[in-house]
Design a protein around this ligand. Structure first.
Ligand code: SF4
Length: 257
């Protein structure tokens, strides 16, 4: 009698890139980090979105399903891998992107989180350069970092859209730089002369108009907080308030010295 030899079952591959329902609809894969300030397992704090401004109080990625325990844990795992083991991350991500499931596809970086350091951005530029059959896009509030590092050095397969609501909004030329603003609804963005990207998130980088309008997520308490404003107008108001406070403090200093 010949004994049947059992072949060990291959465990399913653990992909670094995922798809949420919106992105699956348009065939896009996604690399996600936690949003804004997070507490890490060793008790330390880390800000994944250093240039976040008013957006942090209106961020869809800090509420709802993003707060589920398993979702948060996965995002923190992603952060720790790319921040603390960058060589391993770069190798694994480059290898994963060479798989046929990504051939000709788009990858969105950070539906939550942002490019938190120069090294992290430079690593992604290398990964993209080594993955010529794949296209990448993102929104970012890291405006000075992108202007300094990416604007002249990005590979052809990477497109991005600056997004308003951050501390560096004032560095943008709103007439020339491609940028997105979040409006209370579609009617408001059209009235402001922005183009609606609801049909496909890829319009943020492929649409003809560099003025990209995003209707706010239908999350009642965030909609209430935003009111009739946009992320951009709220940030401008905050910047003006801070500037007025600073100049009052300077005047006071000049008077007593
Ligand atoms: S930069 Fe994006 S992910 Fe980070 S807090 Fe702002 S809206 Fe949220």
């Amino acid at each position: 009698m010949v004994e049947a030899t059992s072949t060990p079952k291959k465990s399913p591959r653990k992909w670094l890139l995922t798809q949420n329902s919106d992105l699956r609809r348009i065939g896009v894969f996604n690399w996600t980090l936690p949003a804004f300030a997070v507490k890490l397992p060793d008790g330390s704090n880390f800000n994944v979105c250093p240039q976040a401004g008013v957006c942090a109080q209106l961020c869809y990625a800090r509420v709802g399903t993003y707060r589920f325990k398993n979702v948060r844990a996965a995002h923190i795992r992603n952060l720790l891998l790319c921040r603390d083991s960058p060589d391993e991350f770069e190798e694994r991500m480059t290898d994963e992107l060479s798989h046929k499931r990504y051939a000709g596809k788009w990858i969105r970086l950070h539906d939550s989180g942002d490019f938190f350091s120069d090294e992290y951005l430079l690593m992604w530029l290398r990964i993209m350069g080594n993955s010529p059959g794949v296209s990448f896009y993102c929104y970012t509030k890291e405006i000075s970092r992108f202007k300094r590092i990416a604007e002249n050095n990005a590979p052809d397969n990477f497109l991005w859209c600056y997004s308003l609501g951050g501390k560096e909004d004032h560095l943008l030329d709103l007439g020339a730089d491609r940028h997105a603003d979040v409006f209370p609804d579609v009617e408001a963005l059209i009235a402001a002369g922005y183009s609606d990207q609801t049909e496909s998130d890829l319009l943020s980088v492929l649409g003809e108009s560099p003025l990209v309008g995003i209707p706010a997520n239908r999350i009642p308490h965030l909609l209430k907080r935003q009111g009739t404003e946009t992320f951009g107008s709220l940030q401008r108001a905050r910047d003006e308030k801070l500037a007025a406070k600073k100049s009052a403090a300077n005047r006071q200093f000049a008077l007593v010295h």
